[in-house]
Design a protein around this ligand. Structure first.
Ligand SMILES: NC(=O)c1ccc[n+]([C@@H]2O[C@H](COP(=O)([O-])OP(=O)(O)OC[C@H]3O[C@@H](n4cnc5c(N)ncnc54)[C@H](OP(=O)(O)O)[C@@H]3O)[C@@H](O)[C@H]2O)c1
Length: 498
C-alpha cells in the first residue's frame, strides 16, 4: 500500500459540499499535508464562474480554518490557491452535476482520480422535494458522473450513521439494500415512486393557489409523513438512506466507500483545536442551556451521545480512500466498504456527563446577555421519557401560557411581551424536542469493526508519523478535557461569537 501522502500527490479530486463544515476541513487538510496534490475541482452552487470563485474565496479559503496554509505560503498563497483549486458552478441535484460548460465537463471526466461527495441538506425537516433532489437524486447524479471519469480510483460518499433510524442495541456496518424499509409496511419503498409522489404533491399544492410559505410547510410535513411510513424518524435520514441505496446499485462497477459519521463536533487537534462552523447537532441544546433558554431537557441520562471530532473524521475518510483505492481489503468481503465513524462503542459518553460538563463550563465561563450581564444558568431538569416530559410541559408552559394569553388580551401593555416571550420559549423547546428526541432517547451503539480494521491496517502499513497524522481513534479522547477546554470554547468563539 502506498503511503498516504504519496498517494495524494498529483491526484485530482472533485469535492461536493466544500462550502460546508466537513468539505472545507477536507480541502484544508489535503492542501496542508500534500501541497503537491494536482488540483481540486470544487463544485459550488452558483449561477456562474465568477460567483463560484467568489464563494470559494469567501466561504472556503477565506475562513480562519486556512490560517496555517495561508501563513505557510505567505505572499504566494493566492497563486497557490488559484493553481490548486478550481471552483465549478454546479448543483448535485442536476444532471451532469449542473456542469454546463462542455469542455470543462470533459476535462473533469478525463482528470478526476477521486470524488468526495459531502454535499447534502442536513435540515432534519427539509422539504421532501428538496431533500430527495439533494440527498438521494444528488447521490445518483454523482454516481453517474463518476461512471464517466475514466481514471477514477475512488468515490467516497459521506452518509450518516443515523440511516439506521431509531435502531437499538449494537448497530453493525451493514449495507442498505434498494427497497429496504425499517418497519413492516405493505407499501414498497421505491425511490422513483417517491420522486414522482413529491412532484405530484407539489403540483397539487400549486394548483390550489396557496402561498409559497404554505407550500413549503406542506412539503416539509409530507417528507416526515413519508419518512415515518417507512420507519425513519425524519426526512433527512430517510433521504440519506435512499442516497446510500442509490450507490449500492453501482458498487460492482465503481470503487466506492460509504462513510457514516455520527455527530460531528469541533476539531480535536488539526489544524487547531476547537474549530467549528454553525450550530450543529448537540450544540443547539448546549448553547440553549448556556444562554439560559433551555432549563428542561428530554433525555435519557444513560443515553450515549455518539460524537466524533471533525478532524478525526477527515482522517478516517482519507485513510479509507487510500486503503480502498489500493485494494487493501478483499472485494469479496460483504459490507467492507461501509464505515461507522463515531465513539459510542470504544469511548462512550453519556448524556448525563455531557450535561454535567456543559453546566460546569457555562457556570465558570458564562455567556454575556444583550444587556452586558453574565447569564446565570441552573442545572435544569432532565426528563428521561416522553410521558414525564408531556406532564412537565403542561404544568410548566401550557397552563401558564393560557393564563398569560387571557391576561395579555385584557392588559396588553403589562402582559403582551411576557406572553410573546413565553410562547417563543415554548416553541423553541418543542421544536428542539421534536428534532432531537430520536437522538437523546437513542438506544443504539454503533459497531465500528470496519473502522477498527482500517486503524489496524494503517498501523501495520504506515510509519508512526503518518498514523499520528491520520489518527481517528476515538479511544484517545478525554471527553471532559475535550469538551471543557476545546469544544465549548470553540463553539463560543466560532459560532456564538458575541
Ligand atoms: N454535521 C454533522 O454532524 C453530520 C453528521 C453525520 C453526517 N453528516 C454528513 O456530512 C456531510 C457534510 O455535512 P456538513 O456538516 O458539512 O454539512 P453543511 O455544513 O450543511 O454543508 C453542506 C454542503 O452541501 C452543499 N450542498 C447542499 N445542496 C447542494 C447541491 N444541491 N449541490 C451542491 N452542493 C450542495 C452546501 O452548499 P451551499 O453552501 O450552497 O448550501 C454545503 O457546502 C453531509 O453529507 C452530511 O449528511 C454530517
Amino acid at each position: 500500500m502506498e503511503n498516504i501522502q504519496h498517494f495524494l500527490e498529483s491526484k485530482t479530486i472533485l469535492v461536493t459540499g466544500s462550502t460546508g463544515f466537513l468539505g472545507k476541513l477536507l480541502v484544508e487538510k489535503i492542501l496542508r499535508i500534500q501541497p503537491n496534490v494536482k488540483k481540486f475541482y470544487l463544485l459550488l452552487r452558483a449561477p456562474d464562474g465568477d460567483s463560484a470563485m467568489q464563494r470559494m474565496q469567501s466561504e472556503v479559503v477565506g475562513k480562519e480554518l486556512f490560517k496555517d496554509v495561508r501563513k505557510k505560503w505567505g505572499k504566494d498563497f493566492d497563486s497557490f490557491i488559484s493553481e490548486k483549486l478550481i471552483p465549478v458552478p454546479g448543483d448535485v441535484s442536476s444532471q451532469n452535476l449542473g456542469v454546463e460548460e462542455v469542455n470543462l465537463r470533459e476535462e473533469m471526466w478525463k482528470d478526476i482520480d477521486i470524488i468526495v461527495n459531502s454535499a447534502a441538506t442536513t435540515d432534519f425537516y427539509e422539504r421532501y422535494d428538496t431533500a430527495l433532489n439533494i440527498n438521494s437524486m444528488g447521490v445518483l447524479n454523482v454516481v453517474k458522473f463518476a461512471m464517466k471519469c475514466v481514471k477514477l480510483k475512488m468515490l467516497l460518499h459521506v452518509s450518516t450513521a443515523y440511516v439506521c433510524g431509531e435502531g437499538e442495541g449494537v448497530i453493525v456496518e451493514r449495507e442498505l439494500y434498494p427497497g429496504q424499509t425499517l418497519r413492516a409496511t405493505s407499501s414498497k419503498l421505491d425511490f422513483e415512486i417517491e420522486m414522482k409522489l413529491a412532484a405530484q404533491k407539489l403540483d397539487d399544492l400549486r394548483a390550489q393557489g396557496i402561498s409559497e410559505a404554505l407550500i413549503a410547510s406542506d412539503m416539509k410535513d409530507f417528507g416526515i409523513q413519508r419518512a415515518k411510513k417507512f420507519g425513519w424518524p425524519n426526512t433527512y435520514v430517510f433521504t440519506k438512506a435512499m442516497g446510500e441505496m442509490c450507490i449500492g446499485q453501482y458498487k460492482d462497477s465503481l470503487p466506492t466507500v460509504i462513510i457514516r459519521p455520527t455527530m460531528i463536533t469541533s476539531t480535536y487537534n488539526e489544524p487547531f483545536p476547537g474549530w467549528i462552523e454553525g450550530l450543529r447537532t448537540i450544540d443547539s441544546v448546549v448553547v440553549g442551556h448556556g444562554k439560559g433558554k433551555i432549563t428542561c431537557f428530554l433525555a435519557d441520562p444513560a443515553c450515549i451521545m455518539d460524537m466524533i471530532p471533525g478532524d478525526m473524521l477527515i482522517n478516517a475518510m482519507i485513510v479509507a480512500m487510500v486503503a480502498h483505492a489500493n485494494q487493501c481489503f478483499s472485494k469479496s468481503t460483504k459490507n467492507n466498504n461501509i464505515y461507522h465513524v463515531g465513539s459510542s462503542l470504544r469511548n462512550p459518553i453519556s448524556f448525563s456527563m455531557l450535561h454535567q460538563f456543559s453546566y460546569s463550563y457555562f457556570t465558570k465561563n458564562p455567556l454575556i446577555s444583550m444587556d452586558g450581564k453574565p447569564i446565570k444558568i441552573t442545572k435544569g431538569t432532565v426528563l428521561s421519557n416522553m410521558p414525564t416530559f408531556r406532564i412537565y410541559m403542561l404544568i410548566r408552559y401550557l397552563l401558564p401560557l393560557q393564563m398569560l394569553q387571557l391576561l395579555s388580551k385584557a392588559f396588553p401593555s403589562s402582559f403582551r411581551d411576557l406572553y410573546v416571550n413565553s410562547m417563543r420559549k415554548f416553541n423553541l423547546v418543542t421544536r428542539l424536542v421534536q428534532l432531537y428526541k430520536p437522538y437523546v432517547l437513542f438506544k443504539g451503539i454503533f459497531d465500528d469493526t470496519n473502522s477498527e480494521r482500517l486503524r489496524e491496517k494503517a498501523r501495520e502499513i504506515f510509519n508512526y508519523v503518518e498514523v499520528d497524522l491520520f489518527n481517528f481513534d476515538p479511544k484517545c479522547i478525554d471527553w471532559k478535557d475535550y469538551l471543557i477546554n476545546i469544544h465549548f470554547p470553540g463553539v463560543k468563539k466560532f459560532v456564538i461569537k458575541k
